[in-house]
Design a protein around this ligand. Structure first.
Ligand SMILES: [Mn+2]
Length: 433
C-alpha cells in the first residue's frame, strides 16, 4: 500500500473506490485452436471471469463506486451477448449500491460499438461530445470525463476537462497514451505536466496494459488490463483499490486475473539427454506456479544453449518442444498450458577446429581469442565505453541485469557468449523459422 498526502487536504471526505481499465471483454484469442490440448474454453472465458472477480471485489470491499477508464470491449460485439454479459455485471453492482463511471476508449469508442443497450441506472457513461463532470455530493467527490467518439483521437482532451470543484476530491477519468507508451497507439496524447496543472487529486487512466503509477502527487495511475490476453501480457493483472480519508489517498493493486501469462527461457547448454530438458522445464515452471498457485498458467517456453540434443532436433524437428509438453503433462494437479515452445538451441562448436579455418568463421574465432587473452584490451573495454554506458543507465536497470560489463572476467564470458551466438547462426544448416 502506497500512501501520499493530497495537494489540498479535504476535511470530510472518506471513500473507497476501484479503478480499472482495458477489460477487453470477449477479446478474441487468435490462433488458440492451433494448439493441441489448449484449455480453450477457460482461456476464452478469462476476460469475463476477471470482470466477475472485479464485481465480487467491489461488493466484498463495499466500495462507493467503480471507475472504468475505457476499452471495456475489444471492438464491435459479435452479437448482443457480450454487451448483455457486461450489463448483467453492472446490475449486480447496482444491487449492491455501487455506482459505475465509464469513459469509452479507442476499442469501444462511440462509433465502434454500433449495437445499443440501455445501461442500468447505476452506470454513467461520459459523453463523447464534451468533457463533463458528475458530483456525488454525499461523498464530496467530483468525477470528470470524456469518451472517445471514434477509434483514433489525435487531440489532447485535458485542456477541455472542467476546472476542479473546490472542496471536493477531484478525479479525472481518461483514456490516453500520455506522451507515448511502447506498443500502444498514441491516442488522446497528453503530458504529466498537463495532468498535474489541472489541479485534480487522482487521475484514473486507461489504455496502457502494464500497470504504472505515473505520479504520486497527484496520484496518476494506469491499473493495466484486467486480464492478460497473450504471451506478451505477462504477470499479474487486475485493478487499483483506492482509499481516500480526507488528507491521504492510498491505493493498492489487486490481482483479478484467472489466466496468468508468463515467458520462461530455459538454458539446456551442455545437456545430452532428453530427460534433462524435462527436468530443466520442471525446475523453471515450479517457481512460476508457486508464485501464483491458483491460476491457470499459460506459458511460452524458449529453449536456448549449445547442446548435442540439437542433432536430434535437426533430424526430427519438434522433439525438444514435445519433451517440454510431456514434462508439462506430468505436472499432475498444476494448471499449466504451454502456449508455445520456441527452440533457439544450437549445436556445440569445436572452437579449436573452427579457428583453423581460412574464412570469416576462422577470423571471428581468432579475433575473440586475441581479445580474451589480452587483459589490457579487456580492461580498456571495461573502463572505457562500456563503463561509461553503465554509469549512464537509469537506476531502474539493476546491475544484476548486466552481468560482467564492468569487469574483465565478465567481459571474457560475454565475448565467448556472443561468439557462440554468431557461430551458431553462421554454422546452422537449419532453415530460419
Ligand atoms: Mn486503448
Amino acid at each position: 500500500m502506497q500512501t501520499a498526502p493530497l495537494a489540498q487536504p479535504l476535511e470530510l471526505t472518506t471513500m473507497r473506490f476501484i479503478h480499472a481499465a482495458d477489460l477487453h471483454v470477449d477479446s478474441p484469442l487468435r490462433g488458440l485452436d492451433r494448439y493441441d490440448g489448449a484449455p480453450v474454453e477457460r482461456i476464452r472465458g478469462a476476460t469475463r471471469q476477471a470482470l466477475e472477480n472485479l464485481v465480487e471485489l467491489a461488493i466484498q470491499e463495499d466500495v462507493d463506486f467503480v471507475l472504468l477508464a475505457g476499452d471495456i470491449y475489444d471492438g464491435e460485439w459479435q452479437d448482443f451477448h457480450t454487451g448483455q454479459f457486461f450489463r448483467g455485471q453492472m446490475v449486480r453492482l447496482g444491487r449492491a449500491g455501487v455506482r459505475v463511471f465509464i469513459v469509452q476508449g479507442n476499442h469501444d469508442a462511440q462509433s465502434v460499438i454500433t449495437r445499443r443497450l440501455i445501461p442500468p441506472d447505476n452506470v454513467k457513461i461520459f459523453s463523447s461530445r464534451a468533457a463533463e463532470t458528475t458530483c456525488i455530493e454525499n461523498l464530496g467527490v467530483a468525477i470528470h470525463g470524456k469518451s472517445f467518439p471514434n477509434r483514433a483521437v489525435d487531440e489532447d482532451f485535458v485542456p477541455e476537462y472542467p476546472e476542479p470543484v473546490a472542496g471536493m476530491f477531484n478525479i479525472g477519468l481518461l483514456h490516453t497514451s500520455l506522451n507515448g507508451r511502447a506498443g500502444h497507439d498514441p491516442y488522446a496524447p497528453t503530458t504529466v505536466d498537463m495532468l498535474e496543472s489541472k489541479g485534480y487529486d487522482y487521475w484514473a487512466l486507461g489504455h496502457v496494459h502494464a500497470r504504472e503509477v505515473v505520479s504520486e502527487i497527484p496520484r496518476i495511475v494506469y491499473p493495466g488490463n484486467l486480464q492478460g490476453r497473450h504471451a506478451n501480457e505477462t504477470g499479474p493483472k487486475g485493478c487499483e483499490l483506492v482509499s481516500v480519508d480526507g488528507s491521504n489517498v492510498a491505493s493498492e493493486f489487486v490481482a483479478l486475473d484467472v489466466v496468468r501469462w508468463s515467458q520462461v527461457q530455459i538454458d539446456i547448454a551442455g545437456e545430452e539427454r532428453l530427460e534433462a530438458v524435462g527436468a530443466a522445464f520442471r525446475h523453471a515452471i515450479e517457481q512460476i506456479i508457486s508464485a501464483a498457485p491458483d491460476q491457470l498458467h499459460a506459458t511460452r517456453v524458449t529453449l536456448v544453449g549449445a547442446t548435442v540434443l540439437q542433432d536430434l532436433e535437426s533430424r526430427m524437428p519438434g522433439t525438444l518442444a514435445a519433451a517440454v509438453q510431456a514434462a508439462a503433462q506430468d505436472l499432475g494437479d498444476a494448471d499449466v498450458w504451454i502456449e508455445q515452445v520456441k527452440v533457439r538451441t544450437s549445436a556445440p562448436v569445436d572452437r579449436g577446429a573452427q579457428a583453423e579455418r581460412e574464412d570469416a568463421i576462422g577470423e571471428l574465432v581468432r579475433l575473440v581469442d586475441a581479445i580474451c587473452t589480452d587483459e589490457a584490451e579487456l580492461s580498456r573495454f571495461a573502463s572505457g565505453e562500456l563503463g561509461k554506458l553503465l554509469a549512464e543507465l537509469p537506476a531502474e536497470v539493476g546491475q544484476e541485469d548486466l552481468p560482467g560489463l564492468a569487469d574483465v572476467e565478465g567481459l571474457r564470458a560475454l565475448f565467448l557468449d556472443a561468439e557462440a551466438t554468431v557461430l551458431a547462426r553462421l554454422l546452422s544448416t537449419r532453415a530460419p523459422e
